[in-house]
Design a protein around this ligand. Structure first.
Ligand code: HAX
Length: 394
């Protein structure tokens, strides 16, 4: 059999073969994206800017870019920070809900429920208002998730709305013996690098699909976070740092032996490879540069530095692997761990926090801008019943 076509009386199916189906919509063009795109050589671009040019900007300015499609002037930047402050007030009742959640539940499940709760308590049923309010409320929600999940519920500092987004998180977290300035720097870079990644990645697509039925931004975003929580998607960054920890050495010969062993055992070499990029991800390079500055002697940083050299060399031996170079997940765990965020179970929540900006902006675009403001209709791809007459083409 070379392929099979479908006979259904529907002309649009005439050239369809089974090879087109059950592929997870891979590569099927379905729409346009106004916030970002990914190229094989420069990776993700936000509103036309390659990520390498944005990596060191503040999260606030990059959120502005995603929503306004241009970088802010100094005055706009100041105004936007004030706007986020006024939007950041958490409605009464969130902490009571967090207090009831199972402490051993995964932090991504807490995040999803937290976002839903914010919607129930303070949703406005307005795409843009809700998207921006949620962005402004995320730092406190994130901090409270850590505090309640870990049972550190006494003496939680009040939310200091005058602080930048990341500062509000570290202020709520209030960890002893931690250099908050360094943590803020790592988290700011992390947020900027992870905010958006085109229109078709699973969590963004899922969030926009839910929104297309006119569910609220909060419900749509909770759905997006559920999609992100899967180990094949956002949770890869948790797996990646667990992988780095397992290596346990920065001796190049030992690291090479480890990488070869993983491949022989048919396990992925985490932190390497990409579906679109064909060079090292600039988001990996930006985090390596930051690590070189803040923690060059950290044991895990030294391991990933060696891995960055060794793994591409070993992976290149397999011609099937289209990109043997480092991806975004290689370095983030080592940096988060260095600044005091030691439990990899939380790492995907930072990814989710960042993505709330990109997904929120894309939902606003799809609901209020596309088709001259009419919005995209409810998502409805076509599925064909297996029983529908299958015709083999030889
Ligand atoms: N380790 C082991 N095998 C790898 C590999 C790696 N790092 N990268 C690719 N391969 C394998 C693939 O599994 C695939 O094998 P099969 O033909 O047996 O299915 C083959 O090489 C060809 O893969 P590809 O076309 O080069 O890449 P894909 O688009 O199929 O996969 C992945 C891209 C990121 C999933 C892949 O490189 C991988 O599994 N990497 C390790 C896990 C990881 O780091 N995940 C985080 C991804 C971060 C990201 O994408 N962020 O946006």
């Amino acid at each position: 059999m070379v392929g099979c076509g479908f006979v259904s009386g529907d002309e649009s199916l005439l050239n369809l073969t089974t090879a087109h189906l059950n592929t997870g919509l891979r590569g099927v063009p379905v729409g346009t994206c106004r916030t970002s795109f990914v190229t094989p050589d420069e990776g993700v671009h936000y509103c036309g800017y390659p990520i390498s040019e944005l990596a060191m900007m503040s999260p606030e300015d990059v959120v502005f870019l995603l929503f306004h499609k241009e970088l802010p002037t100094l005055e706009q930047s100041v105004d936007f920070r004030e706007e986020l402050q006024t939007r950041g007030v958490i409605p009464e009742g969130l902490e009571q809900v967090l207090a009831t959640l199972p402490r051993d539940g995964h932090p991504m499940d807490w995040l999803s429920i937290g976002i839903h709760t914010l919607g129930m308590l303070g949703g406005q049923d307005d795409w843009r208002e809700d998207a921006l309010n949620l962005i402004a409320r995320m730092p406190r929600l994130m901090g409270l998730i850590f505090r309640y999940r870990e049972g550190r519920t006494d003496d939680i500092p009040s939310d200091d709305l005058s602080l930048p987004l990341v500062g509000r998180f570290t202020n709520t977290l209030d960890l002893n013996g931690i250099d908050n300035a360094v943590m803020n720097r790592v988290l700011s870079t992390y947020l900027v690098l992870h905010m958006d990644h085109g229109g078709g990645n699973l969590s963004t697509f899922a969030g926009k699909a839910v929104a297309s039925g006119h569910a609220t931004v909060y419900s749509s975003m909770a759905g997006a976070m559920n999609a992100l929580s899967g180990p094949l998607h956002g949770r890869a960054n948790q797996s990646c740092f667990e992988f780095v920890k397992r290596i346990g050495t920065s001796d190049p010969a030992e690291v090479e032996r480890f990488v070869r062993g993983e491949l022989e055992a048919k396990r992925p070499v985490f932190g390497f490879g990409h579906a679109v990029l064909r060079t090292e991800d600039p988001r990996a390079a930006a985090q390596f540069d930051l690590g070189q500055e803040i923690c060059p002697d950290d044991e895990y940083y030294r391991t990933i530095k060696v891995l960055r050299e060794v793994a591409p060399m070993v992976l290149s031996e397999n011609p099937k692997i289209q990109n043997p170079n480092a991806n975004v997940d290689i370095a983030s765990g080592a940096l988060l761990n260095f600044v005091g965020l030691r439990n990899p179970e939380y790492y995907t929540t930072f990814f989710g926090w960042a993505r709330v900006a990109g997904i929120g902006a894309q939902i606003v675009d799809e609901r209020t801008v596309m088709r001259n403001g009419k919005g995209i209709p409810i998502y409805r791809p076509k599925y064909i019943a297996e029983a529908q007459t299958l015709r083999h083409i030889d």
